[in-house]
Design a protein around this ligand. Structure first.
Ligand SMILES: Nc1ncnc2c1ncn2[C@@H]1O[C@H](COP(=O)(O)OP(=O)(O)OP(=O)(O)O)[C@@H](O)[C@H]1O
Ligand SMILES: O=P(O)(O)OC[C@H]1O[C@](O)(CO)[C@@H](O)[C@@H]1O
Ligand SMILES: [Mg+2]
Length: 322
C-alpha cells in the first residue's frame, strides 16, 4: 500500500452505461484496502473548479444497475491547456489526493497522459460507447449501446417490413465503425456502412435492388456517423432507386439505459484492477480486457496503438445478408 492513501475518481467525455459500476468498484475496493476516496464531479471541469466530495461505501450504493454517471461528466477545453492541468494538480494536492482514476474515452486518456507527464499518478479505465480504444477488446458501455441499437433495429424492421420500406439507421461511434458493424450484424441489417471500409453508392443501390428482386420486403441500412449523415445518404439512394425510404438517427438514446450484465461485470473487474495498480505503486497505466483477461499497460503504449477493423466479420455480414 506504501504511499497511496487518497484516491480521486472522475468520469470524463461522453457518459457510458457501466460507468457507475466502475465507480462503485473503485470506491469499494479502495475503501476495503484502507484508502480515502474523493469523487470529483463533472470530469476535468469539476476538478479545475474544485467540485469534489469524499465518498464512502454508501455513496455508491444502488448504482450498479443505473446508466449515466453519478459523478456527472463533461468535456473541458481548459484541461487541454497546461494552465488548466496545473490548476487541476493544485486542487488535487490541496486535498491531499495522491492519485487519480479517470474513467473515459481516448480524449480523457490524453488528459490522463498529460497529467502523468506532470508527475501526477493517474490510471485510466476505458468508458465510452464508441469502442475506439485499440488496446482493449471492449470499452465499458459498448455492449449496452450495441444492445440498445439492436432493440431499435428490431422495431424499425417491423414497420419497414409492413410498409416495404428502406430504413437508414444512423448510429454513433465517432470515427469507429464497431457499433454499426456488430449491431448491424446482430440486427440482420442488409447493408452496414462504416468509416473503415470504402463503399460506393452504386454498391449500396445494387444490393437494394437484388434483395428486393428476391422478395425481401424491407431493407435496413446501418450507417456509422463517422461516414456522414443519413439524410445525405438517403437523398443519394432515392435519386438512384426511387426507394420508399425513411431515416432514423438514434442519437443519445444509445448513451443511456441500464448497463448489460457484460458491462457491469467488465466495469467491476476493471475498477478493482485500477485500485490494485495504485496500491502496487503503479501509475500512468490504463486497464483493458484482452481474450477475457483484464490487462493493464502504459498509457503511452495504449495510446500509440492503431485500430485494426474486424474486416472478416464485415465481409461475413455481406455473405449473410444477401
Ligand atoms: N489533448 C488533450 N489534452 C488534455 N486533455 C484532453 C485532451 N483531449 C481531450 N482531453 C480532455 O478529455 C475530455 C474528454 O475528451 P473527449 O471529448 O474526446 O471524450 P472521450 O474521453 O474520448 O470520450 P467519448 O469519446 O466517449 O465522448 C476533453 O473535454 C478534455 O477535457
Ligand atoms: O454527447 P455529445 O457531446 O453530443 O457527443 C456525441 C458523441 O459522443 C459519443 O456518444 C461518445 O463519444 C459519440 O459516439 C458521439 O459522436
Ligand atoms: Mg473519444
Amino acid at each position: 500500500m506504501d504511499t497511496i492513501r487518497t484516491i480521486g475518481i472522475l468520469t470524463s467525455g461522453g457518459d457510458a452505461p457501466g460507468m457507475n459500476a466502475a465507480i462503485r468498484a473503485v470506491v469499494r475496493s479502495a475503501i476495503y484496502y484502507g484508502c480515502k476516496v474523493y469523487g470529483i464531479n463533472r470530469g476535468y471541469k469539476g476538478l479545475i473548479e474544485e467540485d469534489l466530495v469524499e465518498m464512502n461505501l454508501s455513496s455508491v450504493g444502488d448504482i450498479i444497475h443505473r446508466g449515466g454517471t453519478i459523478l456527472k461528466s463533461s468535456r473541458c477545453e481548459e484541461f487541454k491547456t497546461e494552465e488548466g492541468r496545473l490548476q487541476g494538480v493544485k486542487i488535487l494536492k490541496k486535498h491531499n489526493i495522491d492519485s487519480l482514476v479517470i474513467i473515459g474515452g481516448d480524449g480523457s486518456f490524453i488528459g490522463a497522459q498529460k497529467l502523468s507527464e506532470l508527475g501526477f499518478p493517474a490510471i485510466g479505465i476505458p468508458g465510452t460507447i464508441d469502442n475506439d480504444l485499440p488496446y482493449t477488446d471492449y470499452t465499458i458501455g459498448f455492449d449496452t449501446a450495441m444492445n440498445t441499437i439492436i432493440d431499435a433495429i428490431g422495431k424499425i424492421r417491423d414497420t419497414s417490413s409492413s410498409h416495404e420500406r428502406v430504413n437508414i439507421i444512423e448510429v454513433m461511434g465517432r470515427h469507429c465503425g464497431d457499433l454499426a458493424l456488430y449491431a448491424g450484424l446482430a440486427g440482420g441489417a442488409e447493408t452496414i456502412i462504416v468509416p473503415e471500409v470504402d463503399i460506393k453508392i452504386d454498391e449500396i443501390c445494387t444490393k437494394l435492388k437484388t434483395t428486393q428482386k428476391r422478395g425481401k420486403r424491407h431493407s435496413i441500412i446501418v450507417l456509422a456517423e463517422g461516414v456522414g449523415n443519413a439524410s445525405d445518404l438517403g437523398k443519394e439512394i432515392i435519386k438512384k432507386t426511387s426507394a420508399d425510404l425513411r431515416i432514423t438517427v438514434l442519437g443519445h438514446v444509445q448513451r443511456g439505459g441500464s448497463p448489460t450484465a457484460f458491462d457491469r461485470i467488465l466495469a467491476s473487474r476493471m475498477g478493482a484492477r485500477a485500485v490494485d495498480l495504485l496500491l502496487d505503486g503503479k501509475s500512468a497505466r490504463v486497464v483493458g480486457i484482452k481474450d477475457n483477461k483484464i490487462i493493464d499497460l502504459e498509457i503511452n503504449e495504449a495510446l500509440s496503438k492503431t485500430r485494426s477493423f474486424d474486416k472478416d466479420t464485415y465481409e461475413m455480414v455481406k455473405v449473410l445478408s444477401i
